[in-house]
Design a protein around this ligand. Structure first.
Ligand code: 5GP
Ligand code: ZN
Length: 113
């Protein structure tokens, strides 16, 4: 996808520091962190959002496997964390390349659910 910022970041075109990376997934710090730890986990391949994931595609498992590794690597495995995915207009998705926010590093207040 031309002009997709997360495609460019995930595929190393912008020289962004990676927190974790494998063949399928990249993770990097959010530009505008909402907690002491705020990491974005994205597929290297472009998906607009979770609605683009086919039932035979295991990319979500790969993302959660990466989250597990990142939690251990970054030291918030024991204390816990929150994963947020915004899908589409009503959820306020602003970057149209599927991404999962990991929020951690403090007691997380307000819960919507
Ligand atoms: P959304 O609202 O779509 O769920 O989240 C988009 C997130 O991407 C926001 O938290 C925003 O701060 C982050 N973001 C937007 N552009 C960039 C960028 O160029 N680099 C990084 N690292 N994060 C970005
Ligand atoms: Zn993209």
């Amino acid at each position: 996808m031309e002009d997709c910022i997360f495609c460019k970041i995930a595929n190393g075109e912008l020289g962004t520091a990676m927190i974790y990376e494998n063949e399928y997934v990249a993770a990097f710090k959010d530009l505008n962190p909402q907690a002491p730890i705020h990491i974005l986990v994205v597929p290297k391949k472009h998906y607009e959002n979770v609605l683009a994931v086919d039932e035979n595609d295991n990319i979500i498992a790969k993302i959660y496997s990466a989250i597990n590794k990142i939690a251990k690597q970054e030291g918030f495995y024991e204390n816990g964390f929150r994963v947020i995915n915004n899908c589409g207009k009503d959820a306020g998705q602003t970057v149209m390349h599927m991404h999962f926010h990991i929020i951690a590093g403090k007691t997380l207040g307000e819960k919507i659910v």
